[in-house]
Design a protein around this ligand. Structure first.
Ligand code: ADP
Ligand code: MG
Length: 293
C-alpha cells in the first residue's frame, strides 16, 4: 500500500503546481521546522525599478546615470539590467565601457571615458578606497529604510552618487508566510542585500529572522549553521547563487521561473512562481505520511 499512497501524494502535488522529483522527498518534507526564503526573485519579482538618483554635492544626476549605465551594460544582474535600461532610455546612446569586471555580490567595474567607474554596494566601494560624501550617506539610510536597494557609483576615489531601486514583493508572500506560521514553521530570509533593506521587506511580509549581507558563497554555510542549531531546513530560491544552499538544505525548493541550476539543485519545483506551493507541500507530506502509517 505504501507506494500507492506516495503516488497519490505526488499526483496531488502535480495538481497543486508542485513538482516532486523523488518520492523519498515527501518524508523529509514532513520533518521541516524552518523555511528560508531567498529575497530577490523568490519573495520579490526580481524586477527592479529605478526610483531615485542622488548625485553628490556639485555633481549631476545625468552624469552619474550615464557612467553607471555604461558600466552596467555588461551586467546580467537584475540591478545592472534595470540601471542600464533606464540610462539608455533617458540619455540615449551611452559611452562604451572597457575591461568589464563583476566581483560576485559586490558590483561591477569598467573604464568609461578613460576613468575606472565602480558601481555596487557601499562596503565594496569603501573597501576600494572611495570616500562617501555625508549627503550621500544620509540619502542611503533614508532610502534603505524604505526597503529600497541602493547602489553607489564612484570614480577617482570618490562616491559620486547613489541609485535606489525598488523591487515588488509577490502578492501572496505575506499570506504564504502567515500560513507557514499557522503550521508551526519559523520563517527566515537569506539575502546578499543590506540589512536595512532586508529588514524593511521582512517587516512587510512577517518574516521572523533576517540573514542579510550574506555573500553568495556563504549562503550554504548559513543553512548549515541553522541545521547545527537543530533546525530541519527547507530553502526556497531561484538563482544560480542559491544552488549550494538548495543542496545543503534538508529540502531544496526551486521557483519554476528561476534558473535551471536552481531547479536542478532542488528536490521540489514550484511550477508557477506562486509561493503558496511551499506550505501546500508541507501539508501534503504530512497528510500522505499519516495515510501510510
Ligand atoms: P541577492 O542575494 O539579493 O540576489 P546579490 O548577492 O546578487 O543579491 O548581490 C548583493 C549586492 O551586491 C546587491 O544588493 C548590490 O549591492 C551588489 N551588486 C551585485 N550585482 C550588482 C550590479 N550589477 N550592480 C551594482 N551592484 C551590484
Ligand atoms: Mg534570488
Amino acid at each position: 500500500a505504501t507506494p500507492i499512497a506516495i503516488m497519490v501524494g505526488t499526483g496531488r502535488g502535480a495538481e497543486l503546481g508542485v513538482l516532486i522529483k523523488r518520492i523519498e522527498t515527501l518524508e523529509r518534507t514532513k520533518q521541516i521546522t524552518t523555511v528560508v526564503f531567498d529575497k530577490t526573485g523568490t519573495l520579490t519579482h526580481g524586477e527592479m525599478t529605478i526610483t531615485d538618483i542622488v548625485a553628490a554635492e556639485g555633481g549631476d544626476d545625468n552624469e552619474v546615470l550615464r557612467r553607471a549605465g555604461a558600466v552596467e551594460a555588461g551586467s546580467e544582474h537584475p540591478i545592472g539590467r534595470a540601471l542600464a535600461a533606464v540610462a539608455a532610455q533617458r540619455l540615449g546612446e551611452l559611452p562604451t565601457a572597457h575591461g568589464f569586471d563583476a566581483p560576485t555580490g559586490q558590483g561591477v567595474r569598467a573604464d568609461v571615458d578613460g576613468t575606472t567607474v565602480l558601481v555596487g554596494r557601499r562596503s565594496w566601494l569603501v573597501e576600494q578606497g572611495m570616500t562617501v560624501p555625508e549627503e550621500v550617506e544620509e540619502a542611503i539610510l533614508r532610502l534603505e529604510d524604505d526597503g529600497k536597494t541602493v547602489v553607489l557609483a564612484g570614480w577617482q576615489g570618490r562616491v559620486r552618487g547613489a541609485v535606489a531601486m525598488a523591487d515588488t514583493v509577490k502578492d501572496n508572500a505575506a499570506a504564504t508566510i502567515a500560513e507557514l506560521h499557522d503550521i508551526g514553521m519559523s520563517v527566515a530570509m537569506l539575502t546578499g542585500d543590506n540589512s536595512r533593506t532586508a529588514e524593511a521587506i521582512a517587516r512587510t511580509v512577517g518574516i521572523d529572522r533576517v540573514l542579510a549581507e550574506v555573500h553568495p558563497g556563504d549562503k550554504r554555510a548559513e543553512i548549515e549553521r541553522l541545521q547545527s542549531e537543530g533546525a530541519v531546513v527547507a530553502m526556497v530560491g531561484d538563482g544560480i547563487n542559491d544552488a549550494p544552499a538548495l543542496v545543503q538544505a534538508d529540502l531544496g525548493i526551486a521557483i519554476g521561473t528561476g534558473t535551471d541550476v536552481a531547479i536542478e539543485s532542488s528536490d521540489i519545483t514550484l511550477m508557477r512562481s506562486d509561493l503558496h506551493g511551499v506550505p501546500q507541500s508541507i501539508r501534503l507530506a504530512r497528510r500522505t505520511y499519516r495515510t501510510i502509517q
